[in-house]
Design a protein around this ligand. Structure first.
Ligand SMILES: Cc1ncc(COP(=O)(O)O)c(C=O)c1O
Length: 375
């Protein structure tokens, strides 16, 4: 009987697309992702040494110790679960993502875990080490010359292949359960419980999708903490301008040199209203800060960690000047060995015309005297 006839005779229309084979695959895929989380330990909250007499504790949430080496491991897990549970990720169909690299490394890992192909659409300038890691996890790299075209290129590839465009820049904020479920915010607050200042005055994040800062801010508001959220933005990014002017259509032409953060448009996952404060951090200052981090704790980190750390040190300086005690948290987003040919290469700095010396002197002077030099 045709559906017209059904309507004429008043019968119930009933289309059953349930597929036992697919549901079996889906259950198994979700189990594998959940089991991976169950096998994993939480990341450390490290202390950045500051003079005792300041009465201020600075912490770094070390997200580089996830199995795929960055804070994007949490996001990739959430995006895969969201895509699977929405019925968007299907057996045998590729998952495609626009990424500056870290998300793609983590997504390649989860794609392999559940047995679907993965393609990363990335700027040609993405570090060689990240490309190697994507391929190591069985993914394929597809490069674009203009980072602003990543989104359309990804959507086009998905349409061509019948795959799913994950679209972290849209879905990062909603795929993460911001009320808890061991998200990054809940983990930080739990790890601070026995500290002398368990409720930090500030948490500093950086923004790529904006999802991490949205999760932190929403959690703090939901839990009724007084902690404020600061987002540090690098050169060649428009989050700072968009946030300060309220113009969400703002764009900028150049790609960010700080891999993982800084975007040419206000990404949909960035939630401006939830953020208390923003800082524009010069790229040279970010590199000076990651180098100072290595000196302080013996660890190399990526440029986004430096952008956040510079901003956190400025916040600490403000607290010292105001005679405030308390704690500040920033993020160690990914490891420095991914960027030996960039932030740890003096030749790269020279080629980029970046002079880190004045910023290194500022950090040194601050840590020695407690005063932040003017300028
Ligand atoms: C190394 C690194 N740091 C920081 C971020 C920012 O995180 P979010 O996308 O949650 O804003 C990213 C995002 O890609 C990243 O790759």
């Amino acid at each position: 009987m045709s559906s017209t006839e059904q309507r004429r005779t008043g019968e119930t229309l009933d289309v059953d697309r349930s597929d036992a084979g697919y549901r079996g695959w889906l259950k198994e895929a979700v189990r594998k992702v959940q089991a991976d989380a169950n096998r994993s330990a939480d990341t450390h909250l490290l202390r950045y040494p500051l003079p005792e007499e300041w009465g201020i504790d600075l912490y770094l949430k070390d997200e580089s110790t996830h199995p795929t080496g960055s804070l994007k491991h949490r996001l990739a897990r959430s995006l895969f679960l969201y895509g699977l549970c929405n019925g968007w990720i299907r057996p045998g169909r590729p998952v495609i993502e626009a990424s500056s690299g870290s998300t793609a490394v983590s997504e390649a890992y989860f794609a392999k875990l559940i047995g679907v192909p993965f393609v990363a659409v990335m700027p040609r300038t993405t570090s060689a080490e990240k490309c190697r890691l994507i391929e190591f996890h069985g993914g394929r790299c597809h490069f674009v010359d203009d980072p602003r075209t990543m989104y359309e290129a990804s959507a086009a590839l998905a349409a061509e292949t019948g795959g799913h465009y994950m679209d972290q820049f849209t879905y990062a904020e909603r795929a993460t359960d911001w009320r808890g479920n061991n998200n990054i915010a809940e983990s930080i607050f739990r790890q601070l419980e026995l500290e002398r200042f368990p409720e930090p005055a500030w948490i500093v994040a950086t923004a790529g999708t904006g999802g991490t800062s949205a999760t932190l801010a929403r959690y703090v508001h939901y839990m009724q903490y007084d902690t404020r959220i600061c987002v540090a933005d690098p050169d060649n990014s428009c989050f700072f301008e968009g946030w300060t002017t309220g113009d969400t259509d703002v764009t900028c032409d150049c790609g960010s040199r700080i891999e993982g953060i800084g975007r040419p448009r206000m990404e949909p996952s960035f939630v401006p209203g939830a953020i208390d404060r923003m800082m524009k951090v010069p790229d040279a200052a970010a590199v000076a800060a990651v180098r100072a981090l290595e000196h302080a704790i013996g660890r190399k980190a990526g440029g986004s960690t430096g952008t956040g750390l510079w901003s956190a040190l400025r916040i600490v300086a403000g607290m010292v000047a105001a005679g405030e005690r308390g704690s500040v948290v920033t993020l160690l987003c990914d490891p420095g060995d991914r960027y030996l040919d960039k932030y740890y290469s003096d030749a790269w700095l020279a080629a980029q015309d970046l002079d880190i010396a004045p910023y290194a002197r500022t950090i040194d002077a601050f840590l020695t005297t407690g005063e932040w030099p003017q300028g």
